[in-house]
Design a protein around this ligand. Structure first.
Ligand code: NAD
Length: 476
């Protein structure tokens, strides 16, 4: 039982009602904890706490805030193994991936902590004699943050770190399905000395919480990571209250292999990226556009790689791919595969659930997938690769840009000119050529088109949490 999972005004407590949410181990399908969730009265308390916390935190110097955040980063690093174990048990990913995620979390805190010290304004040469004209960056105010289950700590740490570095307080609603790593993260900030009310954690019924928090006059900024439909709905609510928002939504990343590419390394990286976290990654490659002359060798190598993967409980040492996070994803995978085969795709391997216990699904490869198949149009968010033969780089780029998504794109070529075309012509917030180079703390992470707006990470990260004030001053 996770009986006191809500952090409100510095105190861990249960929801004021009796409602709970079940936390399952996706490797067994068994309920491993009941999570106490919040009621409206708890949200009212969290709002009051966030307002109070904001007044304290904004007045502290950037250096003081930075020092506290750096202490929190150290605590998260010390506790990375515990955090990783929680993520495997509640989300399913292999322990090695969970360790990687847990150890990346302090890097995000450190990066943002330091960036907070560089939230510079500027001085404008005034056209009015004797006037001093300055631009000041100020924290936007209390933030409401909603983060998903696929990277329990990574998605949350980006939001908390950016908000705190800018001088904002935050009410975060982490995923009810994977709460424990998120609770550990908040504890580390609390123990590092973040004042009461600056970070508040609530779990609840997602729509109830978001409806209430977004409408509250105390909240000045919304940040959400999740699906496009939910993101559109939350962005519309935020807009109706004229509140700023960051939306990190789904993607449908093209993975282009040009005829002159290093095919062996494109296969190796493709298999790794496609099946990482069982494909439940917003930047996962999903549409593989392979030029005709290398299509057969890419397909055969990719199928071998997929078949060789060891699927199992994330805590087992040999496991390379864990279960899907929940039964919704299993149903979605079965339906994507069935639809693609009916549309004319060839099922090369996988395509079925493994066993009856837990939410395991085979690493799946579909080849010659027509653009009319649903998997070529809706985000799969699972371990299914769709391979498509294309006649030219032009065709690959055109097909890549066909969808309303624009999060990540990957491309392989040995030609500098073709690489330059990919960099310029692919419609995506992040383009990675001949390697995987996205998602570090110091690089901007975010999409364009319906994949959302705003950057989490990089020098751009703090902008979303800062307002601009212009002051024109002349001596009396
Ligand atoms: P979903 O759309 O119901 O939920 C996605 C996330 O949004 C969850 O964390 C959920 O708790 C939250 N959410 C849902 N409704 C909400 C609301 N009204 N207010 C606040 N938060 C809300 O779908 P799901 O079955 O949990 O996940 C599957 C889909 O979600 C995938 O197809 C994928 O597109 C998307 N997803 C994307 C990411 C990402 O990193 N961008 C992460 C997880 C899920």
């Amino acid at each position: 039982m996770l009986s006191k999972p809500l952090l409100i005004d510095g105190t861990w407590r249960a929801g004021s009602g009796s409602r709970t949410a079940a936390v399952k181990n996706p490797a067994t399908g068994q309920i491993i904890a009941e999570l106490s969730i919040c009621e409206r009265a708890d949200l009212d308390d969290a709002l009051a706490a966030a307002q109070k916390g904001f007044e304290i935190w904004r007045k502290m110097t950037a250096l003081e805030r930075c020092r506290i955040m750096l202490r929190a980063a150290g605590l998260v690093r010390e506790r990375a193994e515990t955090i990783a174990q929680h993520m495997v048990r509640e989300q399913g990913k292999p322990l090695a991936e969970a360790r990687g995620e847990a150890n990346a979390a302090p890097e995000h805190i450190e990066w943002h902590a330091e960036e907070g010290r560089r939230a510079y304004g500027r001085v404008i040469p005034a056209r009015i004699p004797g006037a001093r004209q300055i631009v000041i960056k100020e924290p936007v105010g209390p933030v409401a943050a909603f983060s998903p289950w696929n990277f329990p700590i990574n998605q949350l740490v980006r939001k908390i770190s950016a908000a705190l570095a800018a001088g904002c307080s935050i009410i975060a609603k982490p995923p009810e399905e994977t709460p424990s790593a998120c609770i550990e993260l908040a504890k580390a900030f609390q123990e590092a000395g973040v004042p009461n009310g600056v970070i508040n954690i609530v779990f609840g019924v997602p729509a109830e919480v978001s409806d209430y928090l977004i409408a509250s006059p105390i909240i000045r900024k919304i940040t959400f990571t999740g699906s496009v439909p939910v993101g559109k709905s939350l962005a519309a609510q935020a807009a109706s209250h004229m509140k700023r928002s960051t939306m990190e939504l789904g993607g449908h990343a093209p993975y282009i292999v040009a005829a002159d590419a290093d095919v062996a390394s494109a296969i190796k990286l493709g298999v790794m990226l496609k099946y990482r976290n069982a494909g439940q990654v917003c930047a996962s490659p999903t549409r593989f556009y392979i030029e005709d002359s290398v299509y057969d060798s890419f397909r055969d190598g990719f199928i071998s790689g997929a078949k060789a993967l060891k699927v199992g409980d994330g805590l087992a040492a040999a496991t390379q791919m864990g279960p899907l996070a929940n039964s919704r994803r299993l149903d979605a995978m079965e339906s994507f595969v069935e639809d693609a085969v009916a549309a004319g795709a060839k099922l090369e391997c996988g395509g079925r659930r493994i066993g009856n216990a837990g939410f395991f699904f085979e690493p799946t490869v579909l080849s010659d997938v027509p653009e009319t198949a649903r998997i070529m149009n809706d985000e799969p968010f699972g371990p299914v690769a769709a391979l498509v033969r294309v006649g030219s780089v032009d065709e690959a780029i055109e097909r890549s840009n066909r969808l309303p998504f624009g999060l990540a794109a990957f491309a392989f070529t040995r030609s500098l000119a073709t690489a330059d075309r990919f960099a310029i012509e692919l419609e995506a917030g992040m383009v990675s050529i001949n390697h995987f180079g996205i998602a570090a703390a110091e690089t901007p992470f975010g999409g364009i088109k319906e994949s959302g707006y705003g950057s989490e990470g990089g020098a751009e990260s703090l902008d979303a949490y800062l307002t601009v004030k212009f002051v024109s001053h002349i001596g009396a």
